[in-house]
Design a protein around this ligand. Structure first.
Ligand code: SF4
Length: 211
């Protein structure tokens, strides 16, 4: 018997019930492949799709998968000028689907995200018609305090390194509560409820993903 897998499944069922009371939808997928297929099944071909910075979605292979299908992709990384980037952002907030992960999720179903540029937290909060969030079970935290500690300890330092930020945590691996110009912790979003039926969908994955 794989007790870790069994425990993940049972914990995920609890979190999904708690997401539902917050008007969010949850699914549990045991593997990356299952999660990738589930996400694709939620987005009808022809939809417009965009995303925030997300290592988790990359590890799920979503970006290659959506390029093989008939979607309208809105990729801000293709912008060549600040003006183009701003115009693309205008299209992103009106997209049918926004793909992201979450920096942490509490057992009670709250999503915790910290952002520097803040386009990611803005799109989670409002704009795109649907938000699909994928999260490995390593993103679970007992409560909001633990979630914040998790984000500052295990999410921000590797994220700062990923984006090449000149922050203390990128150099030392430890948060020093900086106010540096390239700080990636400008805005904190706690999603405690969704007002819009069916807008936020959380895919919990029974593997360690992202950070
Ligand atoms: S506050 Fe500064 S040092 Fe701390 S995690 Fe954020 S960017 Fe890094």
């Amino acid at each position: 018997m794989d007790y870790k897998a069994l425990s993940y499944e049972r914990t995920a069922a609890t979190v999904i019930r708690n997401l539902e009371k917050r008007n969010m939808t949850g699914y549990y997928c045991a593997t990356k492949e299952e999660a990738r297929n589930k996400i694709l099944s939620l987005m009808p071909e022809g939809s417009s799709i965009t995303w925030g910075g997300t290592e988790t979605m990359a590890q799920l292979g979503i970006f290659d998968a959506v390029r093989e299908k008939n979607y309208e992709l809105i990729d801000r990384a293709t912008a060549k000028t600040p003006e183009e980037s701003r115009a693309l952002y205008g299209r992103m907030v009106c997209a049918d689907y926004f793909l992201a992960s979450t920096n942490a999720i509490t057992l009670d179903g709250e999503l915790v995200n910290i952002d520097g540029n803040s386009n990611r937290v803005a799109c989670i909060a409002y704009g795109p018609s649907h938000v699909i969030i994928a999260a490995g079970m390593n993103k679970l935290a007992a409560d909001l305090d633990t979630a914040m500690a998790r984000v500052k300890t295990f999410a921000c330092p590797p994220n700062a390194a990923r984006v090449g930020a000149s922050t203390p945590c990128a150099a030392t691996g430890v948060c020093s509560d900086c106010l540096s110009p390239s700080c990636i912790c400008c805005q904190t979003l706690i999603t405690r409820k969704s007002r819009h039926d069916g807008r936020i969908i959380v895919i919990l994955v029974g593997e360690e993903l992202g950070f």
